[in-house]
Each structure stands twice: as structure tokens, then as C-alpha cells.
Design a protein around this ligand. Sequence first.
Ligand SMILES: [Zn+2]
Ligand SMILES: [Zn+2]
Length: 79
Amino acid sequence: MLDEQGHLSCAVCDFDFEAKYGAHGAGYIECHHVVPLHVAGEGETKLSDLALICANCHRMVHRANPWLTIDQLRALITK
Ligand SMILES: [Zn+2]
Ligand SMILES: [Zn+2]
């Protein structure tokens, strides 16, 4: 998510690269296509088709086949 201050944090776990890595991590986040490109086919990518998530969550989404949804992965997180 991009908040009013321009900080990016993971849509699943709220990880904030800038909070963790300081200036080196500022502005970093990974971009996940919720609908696989080969399924979505040609055409414009809508903002709603993208999820901004951290590298860990990104790997975990792709670890399942078919991919987990953001909501499904969030439900798996144990604090
Ligand atoms: Zn995350
Ligand atoms: Zn992805």
C-alpha cells in the first residue's frame, strides 16, 4: 500500500523496506500480478490487477499452484 507520506508497505504483512533498511530500502516493493499475465492475455494492466508485496510474501504467493491470493496468504500469517 502507498500511504499519504509516500511510504510503501507490503499488502500482506505490512513489511516496510524503508523502515527496515533505511534509505537503502526507500521506495522498494515488489509488484505482483494478481491475475497471471498468460491468463489475463493482452490488454492494459489495471492497478487493481497488481498487489504491492514484500519479497517474502511474493515468494510465498508463488509457492502454491495456483497462486495464493493476497487474502489467502494474509490468513496464513501467524504473528
Ligand atoms: Zn509481506
Ligand atoms: Zn508475482
